[in-house]
Design a protein around this ligand. Structure first.
Ligand SMILES: Cc1cc2nc3c(=O)[nH]c(=O)nc-3n(C[C@H](O)[C@H](O)[C@H](O)COP(=O)(O)OP(=O)(O)OC[C@H]3O[C@@H](n4cnc5c(N)ncnc54)[C@H](O)[C@@H]3O)c2cc1C
Length: 380
């Protein structure tokens, strides 16, 4: 629901959404099979790359479209709305490289990340640490001019499919990010079987004395937290957009069904209780879209946006959870089957609720900002 995104070019935006819809339609059966089997739809993703949908916010000088957060939100939401695989992680990888990469790292990885021929993953979470980066146990030690990485990561989207993964590990200098090619000796990975986000299969990853050159450090040794924080506000807007797109799909499909479904002499949508659910769900998605749009516009204008980005993801989670909870009242028993989309959307929304800043973490941050600043004065 793009209401107020400051897009650079409306014609480009309309064409991009139409291309997402077209690819989702062309690959519908393949996407469904991938979702059932927890498989990455590589062909659809390659087509998205061909059509310029993966490099939307990477600058033109590196081969991208050169958009900003509004274009990113628009396309990411459309991918969720039409149930195409998300490019969110791949875009996150490009942003890390554009902001922190050396010229050699950019030249090596960006073209493939933009075209989709090179798959990216981010290896942060561990069995005993995810919400708390300080508790990560993976290590990086120097050996001559190289680094040796050891550790285990879990829940890594595209861990098994990726050609390069950004590993966060503790070095003597502190938390450090490393670009690790996944074909190196000592990298082991095995699929896990998540309930949500099944088009981006997760993997458990093991890094067993993996030797990488000094040139694989992203930023400087000890700058891990800075590299992490630099991209996470915008990635929260990507998550918010995925939540909004997924919930719109659920509400739209369920309303279409309820409009036709006969219950005695009525259609389901004749009941006022059902009409109110549709009104409430739509209102929450509309309001959450406005918050997301404002945050994206602040990013594009180069203004402070940390508070608004967290607020955007928080209200998107709340809106999406409300909608996916209520659509089961619209679709009744018909919706409670695997060949219907609602169960999968429910798990997708629950997954987006946890990763990249959980609802609890966002509530902590938003309340802290309110208590520390004059935000509430505007309400007096
Ligand atoms: C399908 C899936 C895909 C994922 N993909 C990736 C990936 O690609 N790369 C990657 O590195 N990680 C990935 N993750 C991991 C994800 O980022 C973590 O699950 C998330 O950071 C939360 O960590 P945790 O699950 O260990 O929860 P914990 O840190 O154990 O937290 C448990 C609960 O406590 C809550 N909590 C935590 N801190 C507070 C607090 N201060 N106050 C109140 N409540 C709190 C959390 O919100 C959560 O609900 C993925 C996870 C899933 C399920």
């Amino acid at each position: 629901m793009n209401i107020e995104l400051d897009l650079k070019d409306q014609a480009w935006a309309a064409a991009a959404v139409e291309t997402v819809r077209r690819i989702a339609t062309d690959f519908r059966e393949e996407i469904r099979a991938c979702e059932r089997n927890g498989r990455f739809p590589a062909e659809a993703f390659a087509e998205m790359g061909q059509q310029g949908l993966i490099g939307v916010i990477t600058p033109v000088e590196f081969g991208g479209y050169g958009g900003d957060a509004p274009e990113y939100c628009l396309t990411t939401e459309a991918m969720a709305r039409y149930n195409l695989v998300s490019s969110q992680i791949q875009i996150q990888g490009q942003r890390w490289l554009v902001d922190w990469g050396t010229p050699e790292q950019k030249a090596r990885y960006l073209p493939g990340l933009i075209s989709g021929s090179l798959i990216f993953s981010e290896s942060i979470s561990e069995r005993t640490a995810a919400s708390s980066l300080k508790a990560l146990k993976s290590t990086a030690r120097r050996d001559g001019g190289d680094w040796i990485i050891n550790g285990e990561k879990i829940h890594i989207n595209l861990g098994k499919e990726s050609h390069v993964t950004l590993v966060y590990a503790m070095a003597e200098e502190g938390l450090t990010a490393f670009l690790v090619d996944t074909d190196l000796a000592g990298v082991r990975r095995a699929h896990s079987n998540p309930l949500g986000g099944r088009l981006l299969p997760t993997a458990d990853m093991e890094f067993d004395n993996v030797r990488i050159p000094a040139s694989a450090v992203l930023g400087e040794p000890g700058q891990g937290l800075a590299t992490f924080l630099s991209t996470f506000n915008v990635s929260r807007l990507g998550n918010a957009s995925e939540l909004l797109g997924a919930a719109q799909r659920a509400l739209s499909d369920a309303t279409d069904y309820a409009r036709e479904r006969q219950v005695g002499t009525n259609r389901v949508t004749d009941f006022q209780g059902i009409q109110w659910l549709i009104a409430d769900g739509y209102s929450q998605l509309y309001a959450a879209s406005l918050v997301r749009d404002r945050a994206a516009n602040l990013v594009a204008a180069g203004k402070e946006h940390a508070f608004e980005a967290s607020l955007a993801k928080k209200v998107a989670i709340e809106a999406a959870e409300k909608v996916i909870n209520d659509v089961f009242s619209l679709v009744g028993g018909h919706g409670l089957y695997h060949d219907q989309p609602y169960g999968q959307i429910l798990f997708d929304i629950k997954t987006l609720r946890v990763g990249g800043g959980s609802l609890e973490v966002l509530r902590n941050y938003v309340s802290q900002q309110i208590l520390r600043s004059d935000v509430l004065k505007g309400l007096k």
